[in-house]
Design a protein around this ligand. Structure first.
Ligand code: GCU
Length: 601
């Protein structure tokens, strides 16, 4: 009964919304928008007393979201968002206020903005990501909420935003919880806040909501796709142009407000060696959207991965969304280019963006630089496999990840999990996720980072029921760091009884940059270097090895790494230090990839 009541209350709260969450407006950067990045006021609210009254009932009014002012000297108002401290957004709060370095809880953010409405247009408030639980208010009114720290969301605020002065308030709560995705334990910093771009976009009343344009699966000479309006408006004229391919389609929407098409063209395929992107213009009478789209084919054949019909080796590296030079959560083009340039210097043609969807700019920059991408949802370690709400949350994040990046040819693998403990409930959860991913997008490969089943006599077996639901068998192994020694690597035998390509999604070990000593001395650069040499010798012999993404490009913050003077809350497995200095093992990988490049000419 209580559950039904709570459900009805939240239904009432949201039904009284004067705005609503709407499907993501695709390719927001190509729309007409005003950025809301910049200076926001913020209030730290550990007991959420800006949201709940002293009986823990959510305020309908008088919450911090109203930014109420004392009307007379006798009025009691115990907060003031206008005179509260300022934080530059986007950006995690942990690195912008020493009081918030390890803080997990609620922080309120407020931004005043002047706005000019345009009749016949809708106003869309868009967030690239907010970690983790966001409630958004415009001019004191709730416009919507979002759960999930790494995917975009937007609200139609046309009926709430005014001409002239407005203010937006966001309640952000980054508390971990067992039933969340990720759950309570993870090996990365729980950066909280408005961590990616914020903007308000203006689109026509009837606008191009979403589109998909790519090579038709299994028919290389055809480009196929669709364009969808926000309303079921028939008879709208849609134009799709790819000038360089002399392609110009004039189409008319059906009763669902949609057009589908396929057309014979012969584009130059995108590849790491030639990351060819085409200007694509999608327009209707009152709207024009530009995108840069590449065309390529990714598939597997037995134990091989084929890119554009040719066997390819994924020369990769794992990357966390951690800004270079210890600046917290990465979000900008500058962060993306710095990180991806280090990957290119290593000789990479592929990056594993772990363990959650990275920002859209990172994926677009990878595409321009000729780096294939593994994109992943944070179904990480000990998720609540039996909780249907947890599954729905994971599926929502998978949907959002695919929705946002379906036109990004660089994305070749969707990953649904990392190092998850085997159980019937986990198998059901991941089976459903993998089938859902395939149903959302049957043009890319599905994988997940599995774990090795230890066996006696140096035998390492892959024995995971999920093998039938993935296209690529990927797994993490840490011989030389968490198991066995560097010397033992050469004795290891591998048993991977599946006729599918193999990617080692993680291997590696830690080193404090600048700490030198004997190669048997843990934490020295020489130990890490030796670990990489021995692991590469061992892994290179694996039948069907089609890629590597060693753990990890750069040292990153983690609350699980407390060793004083060595870790200091940093995971030191980076091949580059947190200050951008390459360790000796970086050059072992660079050398290995240079050789691989010649093998796969
Ligand atoms: C695990 C996990 C990573 C973690 C790494 C480590 O494999 O996938 O998220 O950071 O090992 O222990 O360093």
């Amino acid at each position: 009964m209580k559950k039904i009541l709570t459900g009805l209350i939240s239904l009432f709260i949201f039904s009284s919304l004067c705005a609503k969450e709407i499907p993501l407006v695709s390719n927001i950067y190509a729309r007409t928008y005003m950025s809301l990045n910049g200076k926001w006021n913020y209030v730290i609210d550990p007991l959420e007393n800006g949201y709940y009254d002293y009986r823990l009932k959510p305020f309908k009014e008088n919450g911090f979201f109203e930014n109420k002012k004392a009307a007379s000297p006798s009025d009691l108002v115990e907060y003031n968002l206008d005179t509260s401290p300022i934080m530059n957004i986007p950006g995690d709060w942990n690195m912008r206020d020493p009081n918030l370095f390890v803080y997990e809880g609620t922080v309120w953010f407020k931004k005043d903005f002047l706005y000019t409405k345009k009749s016949g247009n809708r106003d869309i408030l868009y967030f690239g990501a907010v970690n983790y639980d966001a409630k958004v208010y415009v001019n004191g009114k709730l416009v919507g909420a979002h759960i999930g720290g790494y995917t975009p969301f937007n609200f139609d605020v046309t009926d709430v935003v005014k001409d002239g002065k407005n203010f937006v308030v966001v309640k952000v709560d980054n508390k971990r919880a067992k039933d969340n995705v990720p759950t309570v334990n993870m090996d990365w910093w729980n950066y909280g806040g408005i961590t990616r771009d914020v903007m308000i976009a203006q689109v026509p009343d009837t606008y191009i909501e979403d589109y998909s344009i790519q090579l038709k699966k299994d028919e290389q000479g055809l480009i196929s796709g669709w364009v969808k309006l926000n309303t079921a408006s028939a008879g709208q004229n849609i134009s799709i142009q790819v000038p360089e391919l002399k392609l110009r389609l004039q189409l008319t929407t059906d009763t669902e407000g949609k057009v589908t098409f396929e057309t014979k063209v012969k584009p130059v395929f995108w590849s790491p060696e030639n990351p060819k992107l085409y200007d694509v213009i999608i327009s209707k009478n009152d709207e024009k959207i530009n995108d840069q789209i590449g065309f390529r084919i990714i598939e597997t054949k037995g134990k091989e991965i084929l890119l554009n019909g040719k066997k390819v080796f994924l020369r990769g590296i794992s990357i966390h969304e951690e800004a270079p030079y210890e600046r917290g959560r990465a979000w900008s083009k500058e962060d993306a280019v710095t990180l991806l340039t280090w990957a290119k210097e290593m000789g990479c043609n592929y990056v594993r963006l772990a363990h959650y969807p990275h920002n859209e700019i990172m994926v677009r920059e990878a595409e321009k630089l000729g780096l294939m991408v593994w994109s992943e949802i944070p179904v990480y370690w000990t998720i609540s496999w039996d909780n249907p709400d947890t599954y729905r949350n994971a599926q929502n994040q998978l949907y959002d990840m695919i929705y946002r990046d379906k036109n990004r040819c660089a994305v070749v693998i969707w990953s649904i999990a990392n190092e998850t403990p085997h159980s019937d409930a986990r198998d059901r959860f991941l089976r459903d996720l993998s089938q859902y991913a395939r149903q959302q997008d049957n043009t890319r490969l599905i994988s997940m980072a599995m774990e090795v089943t230890k066996a006696p006599d140096n035998l390492n077996k892959l024995d995971d029921n999920m093998n039938e639901y993935v296209d690529v068998i990927s797994f993490n192994q840490y011989i030389g760091w968490y198991r066995a020694s560097n010397e033992a690597a050469r004795l290891m035998k591998w048993e991977i009884p599946y006729n599918k390509p193999v990617i080692i999604s993680e291997f590696g070990g830690s080193a404090l940059q600048g700490l030198h000593g004997d190669k048997t001395e843990r934490w020295t650069e020489e130990y890490q270097e030796e670990l990489y040499i021995r692991n590469l010798e061992m892994l290179d012999k694996i039948d069907g090895l089609s890629g590597l993404s060693p753990w990890i490009l750069v040292d990153f913050r983690s609350p699980r790494r407390q060793l004083p003077d060595v870790q200091d809350f940093f995971n030191r497995k980076g091949l580059v230090s947190s200050w951008g200095i390459k360790k000796k093992a970086f050059f072992v990988m660079q050398n290995y990839y240079n050789k691989k490049k010649t093998e796969y000419k």
